[in-house]
Design a protein around this ligand. Structure first.
Ligand SMILES: [Zn+2]
Length: 171
């Protein structure tokens, strides 16, 4: 795990890794491409120049949607769980929720956390399909899919706030 408390300016956090944003202009269409520890952002030379921060946030949200859908489907299939809609939200403090109608909400900022922590969140919300509480049975079920859930839960408690500081909720 990198030292996410000291993210240099012009860098971003993606799946627990610090990426440096590199901006270029070309005649190619606008694009955002992760290559190892660099996020290449290309502006179309004659097009509008959206602020880099906005581009990064949109890209992170898109990645969050893609990965959360995929991980939810994966862990649900392991347990034969059926869920309703998945929504990717911009809540100001919550990481996720699961409704009595089996719909699941996730906070897009979880894409900045390590994959194991993202998986913990997915497992946590899916387990609410079985136990609508945080009883001992609930945590036992979480543990069956995530044996290190205590560490992952602690990561969110310790470092989660930082992820909200990096991209505060828009007012
Ligand atoms: Zn819960």
């Amino acid at each position: 795990m990198e030292d996410i408390l000291h993210i240099p300016k012009g860098s971003l956090l993606y799946r627990g890794q610090i990426l440096a944003a590199e901006v270029s202009e070309s005649l190619r269409k606008p694009s955002v491409t992760p290559c190892a520890d660099i996020l290449h952002i290309n502006y179309y030379v004659h097009g509008p120049k959206e602020p880099v921060r906005e581009i990064i946030m949109k890209w992170l949200k898109k990645e969050a949607r893609h990965i959360l859908y995929e991980r939810t489907a994966y862990f649900a299939s392991l347990k034969g769980l059926k869920y309703g809609r998945i929504a990717i939200k911009d809540q100001s403090s919550r990481w996720g929720s699961c409704s009595s109608l089996s719909n699941i909400n996730y906070n897009w900022r979880i894409i900045m956390a390590p994959d194991t922590v993202l998986d913990y969140l997915v497992i946590h919300e899916l387990t609410h399909l079985i136990h609508m509480n945080h009883s001992a049975d609930f945590w036992h079920e979480v543990e069956s899919m995530d044996p290190c859930y205590i560490q992952h839960r602690q990561w969110l408690r310790d470092k989660g706030k930082l992820l909200f500081q990096l991209f505060p909720k828009a007012r």
